[in-house]
Design a protein around this ligand. Structure first.
Ligand code: TXA
Ligand code: MG
Length: 302
């Protein structure tokens, strides 16, 4: 595995401390990080991504103790979820503490926090000594990066440093769960399913369908995570349009599928086809995150 050296990690931590931007690997996708407590540094993330200020960022921490410094209320459920799923691909939305700058949360009174499981991300946070705000390290509306090469292709010199640790493992973004609502609700599905969250908290969560469209997850734009080439999600080939297209083949297992999805889309997007076709995956809970990303990336077959 590619791995940043001691010197590179130290340099990256210094850049964060001085208010710069570092792209770093997490287990889900690469993040574009800045000191979460430095509003000017965080504003640079929005500029580099050309991201609207109305989209709140996830703050990355190295454990529950640091997470608690960012929130004004840490319910029992948060402890249960943290014990079960952290470090890992789960973001918890909780009532924010004073010290979190408004630019991080897009002015909301809540903040999204997570402990990534990637050793490079954890070491960067430890060395920087501050929580790191980081969205996916791509320009707004593009597919998230799962390799350092994807980051460089999308952001180029807009980032002070890219820590390269090879391809990410999980492959799609974290599950975002709001404990700021009662009952709690999944705002963005991911590889940790609602069923797993319900089991860990011993309660039923609000069903996604029952949540109003314009709720507290701004930045969940309908068309998101999209390649430039039109993507068709299809069940039978008859639904595909005319012209030169490519059908992407991915592993039948959802874990391997997620791990490979964005790299396959990035690769197909570079080849200049008229369209990209993806067979609609099964409508099962463990596929919910993948289905969500594909739906947002796709155009409706005609
Ligand atoms: O796996 C991931 O989550 C990656 C890696 C880098 O950690 N990050 C990521 O960040 O995907 P981003 O900015 O692309 O997506 C952040 C998501 C958005 O859907 C946003 O609406 C939601 O988290 N979010 C963040 N803070 C929130 C808050 N206070 N309330 C509601 N939703 C929030
Ligand atoms: Mg993103």
């Amino acid at each position: 595995m590619t791995c940043p050296s001691e010197e590179e990690l130290q340099r990256a931590a210094e850049i964060i401390k001085q208010g710069g931007l570092v792209a770093f690997p997490t287990e889900t996708v690469y993040g574009l990080g800045a000191n979460a407590l430095d509003a000017v540094a965080v504003a640079r993330i929005f500029a580099a991504k050309q991201r609207p200020l109305a989209s709140p960022l996830i703050v990355h921490v190295n454990g529950e103790a640091m997470a608690r410094t960012l929130v004004s209320d840490w319910p029992e459920r948060a402890s249960r979820l943290a014990a079960r799923f952290w470090p890992g691909p789960l973001t918890l939305v909780l009532k924010k503490a004073e010290i979190v700058p408004d630019v991080v949360t897009a002015g909301l009174d809540s903040v999204g926090v997570r402990v990534p499981s990637h050793p490079v991300a954890l070491e960067l946070i430890r060395r920087a000594g501050v929580p790191i705000a980081a969205p996916s390290a791509n320009r707004f509306m593009e597919i998230s990066p799962t390799t350092a090469a994807h980051v460089r292709a999308s952001l180029g010199d807009k980032v002070d440093m890219v820590l390269d640790a090879g391809p990410t493992q999980v492959g799609i973004e974290s599950t975002v769960a709001s404990l700021h609502r009662d009952p709690p609700v999944v705002l963005r599905p991911g590889m940790i399913s609602q069923g797993q969250l319900e089991e860990a908290t011993g309660m039923n969560w609000e069903r996604e369908q029952d949540v109003p469209e314009v709720m507290e997850s701004p930045g969940q734009h309908e068309r998101h995570y999209a390649p430039r080439t039109p993507l068709y999600l299809f069940q039978t080939r008859a639904e595909l349009p005319e012209g030169r297209g490519v059908i992407i083949n991915l592993p039948p297992d959802c874990i391997a599928y997620a791990a490979n999805l964005y790299a396959a889309l990035h690769a197909a997007d570079k080849e200049g086809w008229d369209w990209i076709g993806v067979v609609e995956p099964p409508d099962k809970p463990e596929w919910a995150g993948i289905r969500d990303r594909l739906r947002r990336a796709s155009v409706k077959p005609h």
